[in-house]
Design a binder for this molecule. Structure first.
Ligand code: PGA
Length: 253
């Protein structure tokens, strides 16, 4: 295990209410104590848009940041019924944003659209958590590397601000299914993503790369041997403060 900063990102999806603030307080109380011994965890909770303002007003913390889960690609105001752009999310207090999540891709987000969204979020100085990952049918057709390569290449502008990008590798077949990749293949995939990124953007450093897909308090220990993993994007298990805290605790056991 290294001393590098580790990210634990919660993706609450379409769950949560004002009363979920107590969960955030619990996570915060735990992290204040825990990080004293090991100052290396960054907690990001990506919550529904309706809760961002409330949470960021009620709660200020260096350890926990609040993020959004998607935005409209248009940078300015416009006639886009039901949509919210990156600027609006920034205005209500979001610091991070998940883009390219497979559930958003399923609703119609293409690589080209995601590219526009990434650009508009970065223009607002939001930190982007850019999700990539193959489907089950792509996996069994041995297309994982070509899919990841294409997602990275077609959604990322060469001139982007590298400091504001985090990548999350989320195999679609693993999200919400309880299935996780084999550790050896995961290690290779992480190496591939980091190398591809450096090659594409002609840079010597790769951004943090997170793993997401069925992470829970039991299987988290399986990931500790992969030094290339810079953190986790956690869906279902992040809605319980206890499970979320146990994931962090067990990771360091
Ligand atoms: P999961 O979701 O942890 O419930 O599999 C992960 C995600 O959708 O980001």
């Amino acid at each position: 295990m290294t001393n590098k900063l580790k990210y634990f990102v919660g993706n609450w999806k379409m769950f949560g209410s004002f009363s979920s603030l107590k969960n955030i307080y619990r996570i915060h109380r735990f992290c204040v104590k825990f990080n004293k011994a090991r100052k290396k965890n960054k907690i990001i909770l990506c919550v529904p848009n309706t809760l961002i303002y409330f949470f960021t007003k009620k709660f200020r913390s260096k350890i926990i940041s609040i993020g959004a889960q998607n935005c409209h690609h248009h940078q300015t105001k416009g006639s886009f019924t039901g949509s919210v752009n990156a600027k609006m999310l920034k205005n209500v207090g979001a610091k991070y944003i998940i883009l390219g999540h497979s559930e958003s891709r399923h609703e119609g987000d293409t690589n080209q659209l995601i590219k526009k969204k990434i650009k508009s979020a970065l223009n607002q100085q939001l930190y982007v958590i850019f999700c990539i990952g193959e489907t089950y049918s792509e996996k069994i057709r041995k297309k994982t590397f070509s899919v990841l390569k294409n997602q990275l290449k077609s959604s990322m502008d060469k001139k982007i601000n590298l400091n504001n990008i985090i990548i999350a590798y989320e195999p679609v077949w693993s999200i919400g299914t309880g299935k996780i990749p084999k550790i050896d293949s995961l290690r290779n995939i992480f190496r591939f993503i980091k190398n591809e990124f450096k090659k594409n953007l002609k840079t010597k450093t790769s951004p943090p790369v997170l793993y997401g897909g069925s992470v829970n308090d039991k299987n988290i220990t399986k990931f500790t041997s992969i030094l290339e993993i810079d953190g986790f994007l956690i869906g279902g298990a992040s809605r319980s403060s206890k499970k979320f805290i146990d994931i962090i605790k067990n990771y360091y056991k």
